[in-house]
Design a protein around this ligand. Structure first.
Ligand SMILES: Cc1cc2nc3c(=O)[nH]c(=O)nc-3n(C[C@H](O)[C@H](O)[C@H](O)COP(=O)(O)OP(=O)(O)OC[C@H]3O[C@@H](n4cnc5c(N)ncnc54)[C@H](O)[C@@H]3O)c2cc1C
Length: 582
């Protein structure tokens, strides 16, 4: 068993958690290589299962070869959505599940997932009347534009599914006249608009990290390590490599859960399994700084069909606008980038809805690309590939392994909890255990005890300010970023000399120091790209990077050489993957 007896535990009353640090976990692993479950991959699916198993008392180890939520989970459109367009592919079960899970995300992570009014602009009344049923029966193999009538029918079905769990209002349909009065920059050629509600996952990567911290706080036998790869294995042993030191470790699991997303088949090959589960499609996004466009959409996402029938979005992301996405089959998940062609496509598509606004490449502050871990399929278009999830089980004589391997194919941010629940139930049955805890109504991280309304928030901030001595203005920022975890962070900030950063006045040194020490940050880019929104919103400047590197050096004891390496690494990731040149 992978347990903690004889090992020194850090009890941290400020973080309200008990866990081993990285070195302690490795030295424990050396002495106790047995573990009930090994999860490979720390994207949302791996982390979701990690939390559920941990909550149910299982000793579980998760390894992620890079940082948590840096693969497909870092490339999403930020929507917690019921998947209205999946109705067209006849995926009714999936839509019902996703609508329920969207509502649970709004309930359990209210600090990160917010209700999102979603507007569909329509340019035709009748188009698609024939196409929708054809698609439903699999007789149409290309995307095509849908008219108002078809969209109205789809929204009525969507509302019907939301029916009994109404956490968001029903859809509304607007005439051309009303639409143009409501959206003054909208293309006058629209014939109707419809507004319905989904959810916005404002900081998905933070949500993943908070799930992991919750799991470790609940179960001292649950450990998640980033920058650790599964590099091989046979019989009863898996070989792991610490990517920060190059050291290798053996573990002997009873069950392996392959949650490597688009890399599932590649990971299976490392342990001698030849699979073809994944047929990934690439999707890109750009983030633009354009005040008029940001004002034109207000707090609404515009979700619509482009001329080619692809569903695209213009999404309010803090003070910026997120624009996406594409859907192109790819063979290999490494090295996907947002291309010039995709950028042209995005700029063109915004013109279709807001023709009077001039958006150009100069407005782009960030771009990103990732691969959806969809099932391998013979569908004729990417849009027709099922967005459902499944557990593929490999075990028995034809593998040379003493344990079964469950590969988690598909899945979305929105339905991660339901998928994790299904995987956990199967794993518990395999281990001969029964479920003790359900995650359905379990708050996540800073969603615990979240204020019910603005008045409640004001009261919480007021009393926290009195208790910690941290100014109300600062606490507002902390609440916005971390929900009720603001309390732990403010208490930590008050525990030593603190100062506001010169280049980043809404952050303080001790706030960043808390994140470095408690959120498994090892590289500068972990903070810039995944624990904060600085990179994605294009707020970073050369001076800021330098000042942040100084804080990191101070907290982690980096010398000048290591600091320079980290700055160069961050600059190169920003330029290569995100088109950002500081
Ligand atoms: C363009 C795009 C838009 C999307 N939009 C939405 C949306 O709006 N809403 C929504 O709900 N969903 C959306 N999704 C879907 C969702 O983001 C993904 O389905 C989900 O993130 C998949 O998570 P995962 O954990 O399976 O994979 P990943 O996040 O890719 O995690 C797998 C991890 O495994 C690690 N790994 C690989 N090999 C190894 C190894 N040998 N050892 C250790 N670790 C390894 C990788 O580094 C990676 O971090 C979108 C996806 C894309 C690509």
């Amino acid at each position: 068993m992978f347990h903690v007896s004889g090992c020194w535990l850090t009890w941290n009353p400020i973080l309200e958690t008990a866990y081993m640090n990285r070195e302690e976990t490795f030295s424990h692993l050396k002495e106790n290589p047995e573990v009930s479950v090994l999860i490979v991959g720390g994207g949302i699916n791996g982390l979701g299962v990690f939390r559920d198993l941990a909550m149910n008392g299982v000793d579980v180890l998760l390894v992620e070869r890079e940082d948590f939520c840096s693969g497909a989970s870092a490339a999403s459109s930020h929507m917690a959505h019921g998947g209205i367009r999946y109705l067209e592919n006849g995926e009714f079960r999936l839509v019902r599940e996703a609508v329920r899970e969207r509502n649970l995300m709004l309930q359990n992570a209210p600090h990160i997932v917010k209700p999102l009014p979603t507007t569909i602009p329509m340019f035709k009344y009748f188009s698609g009347l024939l196409n929708a049923p054809l698609k439903f029966f699999g007789l149409l193999d290309r995307p095509s534009e849908r008219g108002s009538l078809v969209i109205k029918l789809g929204l009525m079905m969507y509302d019907a599914y939301t029916g009994r769990q109404r956490t968001v209002p029903r859809h509304k349909f607007y005439s051309r006249r009303k639409s143009l009065a409501k959206w003054d920059q909208l293309n006058p050629e629209v014939v109707n608009t419809a507004v319905y509600y989904d959810g916005a996952i404002l900081q998905p990567e933070r949500l993943g990290v908070e799930l992991m911290l919750d799991a470790e706080a609940e179960n001292p036998d649950a450990h998640a390590l980033n920058y650790v790869s599964m590099v091989g294995g046979s019989e009863d042993t898996i070989i792991l490599r610490d990517e920060l030191t190059d050291e290798t470790y053996d573990v002997r699991p009873k069950l392996v859960i392959n949650a490597a997303g688009p890399w599932i088949d590649i990971s299976n090959r490392k342990i001698g399994l030849s699979t073809r589960f994944i047929g990934g499609t690439k999707g890109s996004h750009i983030v633009v700084r354009h005040d008029e466009l940001r004002k034109a959409i207000g707090e609404n996402e515009f979700f619509f069909e482009n001329k080619d029938g692809r569903i695209v979005l213009i999404f309010p992301l803090f003070d910026r606008v997120l624009i996406g996405t594409t859907d192109t089959p790819v063979e290999h998940p490494d090295d996907v980038r947002c291309t010039d062609e995709e950028i042209e496509y995005f700029l063109d598509m915004v013109k279709r809805v807001f023709p009077s606004l001039s958006l150009s490449r100069e407005n782009i502050v960030f771009q990103f690309s990732g691969v959806r871990p969809l099932p391998h399929s013979s569908a004729r278009t990417a849009g027709q590939i099922s967005r459902d999830h499944s557990i593929e089980v490999l075990s028995g004589d034809w593998t040379n392994l003493a344990f079964p391997v469950y590969s988690l194919v598909g899945g979305k941010w929105t339905s991660f909890r339901a998928f994790a629940e299904q995987v956990t139930d199967k794993a518990l049955a395999r281990l001969g255990l029964s479920r003790q805890k359900d995650t359905r109504n379990l708050p996540i991280g800073g969603g615990r005890g979240y204020p019910r309304d603005e008045e409640d928030a004001r009261r919480q901030i007021e009393s926290l300010s009195a208790w910690t001595g941290v100014a109300r203005e600062r606490l507002k920022y902390l609440f916005e970023r971390y929900g009720t975890r603001a309390e732990s962070i403010a208490t930590f900030m008050n525990g030593g000399t603190d100062y506001i950063l010169r280049t980043l006045p809404d952050y303080s040194r001790r706030e960043i120091s808390f994140l470095i020490q408690h959120e498994k940050i090892h590289h500068l880019d972990d903070f810039i790209l995944r624990r904060s929104m600085l990179g994605m919103l294009g707020h970073l400047t050369p001076g800021m990077l330098e000042e942040l590197a100084d804080v990191f050096s101070n907290v982690l004891g980096w010398d000048a050489e290591r600091k320079a390496v980290e700055v160069t690494r961050t600059l190169s990731i920003l330029a290569d993957r995100h088109g950002v040149r500081l």
